[in-house]
Design a protein around this ligand. Structure first.
Ligand SMILES: Cc1cc2nc3c(=O)[nH]c(=O)nc-3n(C[C@H](O)[C@H](O)[C@H](O)COP(=O)(O)OP(=O)(O)OC[C@H]3O[C@@H](n4cnc5c(N)ncnc54)[C@H](O)[C@@H]3O)c2cc1C
Length: 409
């Protein structure tokens, strides 16, 4: 198992249940990504009761709250202890190669040999920053979610946040509240209310079955795997953080950052259409929830169906911004993340660098598996609560592979 995040630990637990000898290796500590790569104020956007892991439900006193990073690190570390997971920390995997009888795993310590390898090294190892970053004038400081910690780390002055997924809206909100003027460049996004009909929207995602939809039932799987994270934040007030909320807080909304020419950032027009699309998709999802509630006879148990104000389009959104004028002093790229497989010397990546796998069973690499990637086996796969079902499916596959003599030299 490469990676001692929640996903690697989840499959470790399942392999222990199958009495399969294994080792979980991590370059840092357990839950390393949450320790090293997140900003200070981050709380999960999934409620605590959804932070359950195989055989390990949330048992704290605030099931509807949202964990801070120290709380989450504690939760994952406690799970590792409760599972007696065989973790080797501070060991970086530097190369994985196919050899007779399985895989050779080179590390910065002793090399290992394994009949099976599970890639649990994370989906978000490197921030994705578009090429047009190269055209940003040198007077502007650039940050990603990996190097931003809190507003004090930014230079004084205006901030352009690029990207309106969960990361982008959360950081735009925090930075605007710190007293800086924020301009948010919005591309395709997923709008969700925090609460719907009296319940958390993620309660609906889970119970209505939307999150359990399997990868092989999804029409456009590539698109589903590339969707941005939903505009949600976990706060004690359970507030909605959509573009209307951000505009009310004073954030200026502009279109997608299309290019930077001669020091000017150019934004796409068509905000109205983009907002209409995001609103429509949200309404369709709410329709699905309503239909499910009626079918289950829950209409009297939950609140009445709700519909939300459409996203307000600014009257005349700016189409360009002079990055040399001094109005903007820093850019925060909240343009997504990607996995890092530079150490993987097995030809299993496609031309876009994506892992070729069938529901987590890596293609053309018998005995190699992946867990924790977006929509790996289900829509919920990359979330903490998604790990259990995927780990059970893949653990059973791996056990079958070994039982049939797979990976024996
Ligand atoms: C900003 C952000 C917020 C999120 N918020 C939520 C949320 O609210 N709720 C939710 O359910 N999910 C959330 N997620 C999604 C998801 O839970 C995380 O992506 C999660 O970290 C994935 O778990 P994982 O175990 O697959 O990967 P990770 O937690 O990233 O674990 C991978 C591990 O592999 C190790 N590793 C990587 N490469 C190597 C190597 N070469 N050698 C050795 N070790 C290596 C890393 O050190 C790391 O510990 C969020 C993700 C991000 C990025």
């Amino acid at each position: 198992m490469i990676g001692a995040g929640h996903a690697g630990l989840a499959i470790s637990r399942v392999l222990s249940e199958h009495s399969i000898d294994h080792l979980v290796i991590d370059r840092g500590e357990v839950a390393n990504s949450w320790r090293q790569e997140r900003w200070d104020s981050l709380h999960l956007l999934t409620p605590n009761w959804q932070s359950r892991l195989p055989g390990y439900p949330y048992s704290g006193s605030d099931p509807d709250g949202f964990m801070s990073m120290p709380e989450l690190i504690g939760h994952i570390s406690d799970f590792a202890k409760a599972s007696a997971a065989p973790v080797r920390t501070h060991t970086q995997v530097t190369r994985v190669r196919r050899v007779d009888g399985g895989y050779e795993v080179a590390t910065d310590g002793a090399p290992l040999h394994a009949r099976c390898v599970v890639l649990a090294s994370g989906a978000a190892n490197i921030p994705r920053v578009p090429q047009l970053r190269q055209a940003v004038p040198g007077s502007i400081e650039c940050f990603t979610a990996f190097d931003y910690r809190n507003p004090a780390c930014l230079p004084r002055g205006g901030v352009l946040v690029v990207g309106a997924s969960a990361t982008g809206v959360q950081l735009a909100d925090e930075i605007q509240r710190s007293g800086r003027l924020v301009t948010l460049a919005v591309g395709e996004h997923v709008r969700l209310p925090r609460n719907y009909r009296g319940c958390d929207v993620l309660w609906w995602m889970e119970h209505s079955g939307v999150w359990s939809q399997r990868y092989d039932e999804i029409e456009d799987l590539e698109r589903a795997r590339g969707l941005p994270s939903p505009q949600l934040v976990g706060t004690p007030e359970h507030s909605t953080l959509d573009l209307n909320a951000l505009q009310a807080a004073g954030v200026e909304i502009v279109g997608r950052l299309a290019s930077i020419r001669d020091g000017r950032a150019l934004f796409s027009g068509g905000l109205r259409n983009m907002f209409a699309l995001a609103d429509l998709k949200m309404e369709r999802l709410l329709d699905t929830f309503d239909a499910w509630a009626s079918q289950r006879g829950l209409d009297l148990e939950v609140g009445a169906p709700e519909r939300f104000e459409p996203t307000r389009a600014p009257a005349a959104p700016r189409l360009s911004l002079d990055l040399r004028s001094g109005e903007i002093r820093s850019i925060l790229w909240a343009t997504g993340f990607r996995p890092d497989y530079r150490w993987l010397e097995v030809p299993v990546l496609d031309r876009k660098g994506e892992l070729r796998h069938e529901g987590g069973v890596v293609v053309d690499a018998p005995g190699m598996y992946a867990i924790g990637l977006p929509v790996l086996r289900r829509r919920k796969s990359t979330f903490i609560l998604g790990a259990e079902d995927d780990a059970r499916d893949l653990g059973a596959h791996l056990a079958g592979y070994l039982a049939q003599g797979g990976g024996r030299g």
